[in-house]
Design a protein around this ligand. Structure first.
Ligand SMILES: [Zn+2]
Length: 148
């Protein structure tokens, strides 16, 4: 694993090759100019939606040709080396969302009462506590006042 995040403005290949060779299947963030440079340098091997595989294979393996894949998520640019047979943009996007915490669902918060992580709408009690809906109702039943 990388101990530091490399600059997105660096040429990414040294890094993604090192990751691939060490069995690290994580995505690396890169910059928009590199994305367009790689999209335009040779016709892509395949492209779909916001992802494409660079036209020339980087190497060949028992899984077939390995290509650099670039993918856009939330206006950010990512790449890694991928066996071409596993080219799957929706899967790539969900891997990237998970790795870079780009999940666009409701932000998670920790309920001040039950200490569980919840993604429901937050409700602020009068003393500034943020609780989940269940605990909020419980507090109301115990006579707490609130402002939403
Ligand atoms: Zn709670």
């Amino acid at each position: 694993m990388q101990s530091q995040s490399p600059s997105i403005f660096e040429w990414p290949y040294t890094d993604i090759i090192a990751r691939f060779n060490s069995g690290d299947r994580s995505w690396r963030e890169t910059s928009e100019p590199i994305f367009w440079d790689q999209l335009g340098s040779v016709p892509p091997a395949c492209s779909h939606g916001d992802a494409f595989a660079v036209g020339e294979a980087w190497t060949h393996s028992e899984d077939g040709p390995i290509h650099a894949v670039f993918c856009v998520v939330e206006g950010r640019f990512f790449c890694r080396l991928v066996p071409l047979v596993t080219f799957d943009p929706p899967a790539f996007q969900s891997q990237i969302r998970k790795q870079f915490h780009l999940d666009d669902s409701d932000p998670v918060f920790t309920c001040a009462e039950c200490r569980q992580e919840k993604s429901q709408d937050v409700i602020v009690l009068h003393d500034g506590k943020i609780t989940c809906e269940d605990c909020f109702i419980e507090c109301l039943n115990k006579g707490a006042s609130y402002k939403a």
